[in-house]
Design a protein around this ligand. Structure first.
Ligand code: SF4
Ligand code: FES
Length: 359
């Protein structure tokens, strides 16, 4: 059959509501309203259509997904559709009793975000007093139920020096995996770039630290470490290539190729309220815009890596090069590659204070 390959993952952004106010949040600046959120039955239909389309995993995300009162029913619908269900949560507003109901509803995996080591710093970054203690208790509840746990850490200037301790924390909490990713500068995070950007020395030390941790924990805990784009020489295949592997559904039902796609002007996004998911995936203009390699300019167009990294990130190309179809400036072959370390150096040398995300 001609046409795009089937997606394997769906990010279900159930709500943008969240009790935390993290300055690195990459949700849009203009948050969709609660009244516009999809209802339970529509999510159930989306999950059934996703499974039919070939999706294997659904990530129940937000905002904070536990802000939805129907999270258990939504989870049940996803699991009932045959999807592997992963909950991405801050743990705030998610009591152990609800976790037990989620497990009974078929939840397969929990990803818990943690902001830093220690109560004071972690709660300061989250903008929420008491969050750290709740997270530790929640992690115990997850493993106590025999569920798989991944610890997520978004790193930036304030916590990048604590990676070894964060990995040790994951170990002590019984996590099977740690995902350490640098802040992605979209939405609120872009506003906070000066306050968040680490120095190159910090990044280099973090990479050495992660090599040591990987060796020490080999076969026990998997560690995913994503290097910050601003100090990289080659881009990552953002979202596995535009319209190739994954799709995002926003709280109101708009289907996006990536979480920041709405920052790109001129793209037309379709909604699950109007079209079946398969039609959106195969035919919607936004998915077609940067699918494959036909849209590429030089140097990507004739580059040997074009089928590996797909030219990097379209949203970053727009933000830094001013053109969503340009080579991702994190690539050293980009004509504007030098802007990345220049911006990073300037940001890392400033002392911005956090602008917290509105709740
Ligand atoms: Fe990837 Fe384009 Fe850079 Fe080649 S020029 S490595 S395809 S981003
Ligand atoms: Fe949009 Fe990378 S975040 S393509």
């Amino acid at each position: 059959m001609n046409g795009p390959p089937n997606p394997i993952g769906l990010l279900a952004e159930l709500t943008y509501r969240c009790p935390l106010a993290c300055p690195y949040c990459s949700n849009p600046l203009e948050l969709e309203r609660r009244e516009d959120e999809l209802d339970t039955a529509t999510w159930a239909r989306v999950f059934a259509e996703a499974a039919e389309l070939g999706v294997l995993q659904v990530h129940l995300s937000g905002g904070e997904p536990a802000s939805r009162r129907d999270l258990v029913e939504i989870t049940q619908a996803a699991s009932g559709a045959g999807l592997y269900t992963n909950l991405i949560t801050s743990a705030v507003g998610l009591p152990a009793a609800t976790l037990r109901r989620l497990k009974a509803a078929g939840l397969d995996h929990v990803q818990l975000s943690i902001q830093d080591i220690g109560r004071a710093s972690s709660d300061h970054i989250a903008g929420y007093e008491g969050a750290y203690d709740r997270k530790l208790a929640f992690a115990g509840a997850v493993t106590g139920l025999g569920m798989a746990l991944t610890l997520n850490v978004v790193i930036h200037r304030a916590n990048i020096g604590n990676l070894a301790a964060l990995v040790e924390l994951a170990e002590s909490l019984g996590a099977g995996r740690v995902e350490i990713a640098h802040a992605q500068y979209y939405g609120w995070a872009l506003r906070n770039r000066d306050a968040l950007m680490p120095t190159r020395d910090q990044v280099d030390e973090a990479m050495r630290e992660m090599d040591r941790a990987r060796q020490r924990l080999e076969g026990r805990i998997a560690i995913d470490f994503v290097v910050p784009d601003y100090y990289a020489r080659r881009p990552k295949p953002c979202v596995g290539g535009w319209g190739r592997r994954t799709l995002n559904v926003t709280p109101s039902g708009v289907v996006l190729p990536c979480h920041a796609a709405q920052t790109i002007p001129g793209l037309s996004f379709w909604s699950v309220r109007d079209y079946p998911l398969a039609e959106i995936w195969r035919r919607s203009p936004a998915f077609e815009a940067f699918r494959g390699t036909g849209w590429m300019q030089e140097p990507c167009r004739s580059c040997a890596y074009r089928e590996q990294d797909f030219g990097g990130c379209r949203c970053q190309a727009l933000a830094i090069a001013g053109d969503a179809a340009a080579t991702d400036p994190s690539c050293e072959l980009s004509p504007v590659h030098s802007r990345m370390p220049a911006i990073a150096g300037q940001a890392a040398g400033s002392d911005g204070s956090y602008l917290y995300r509105g709740r």
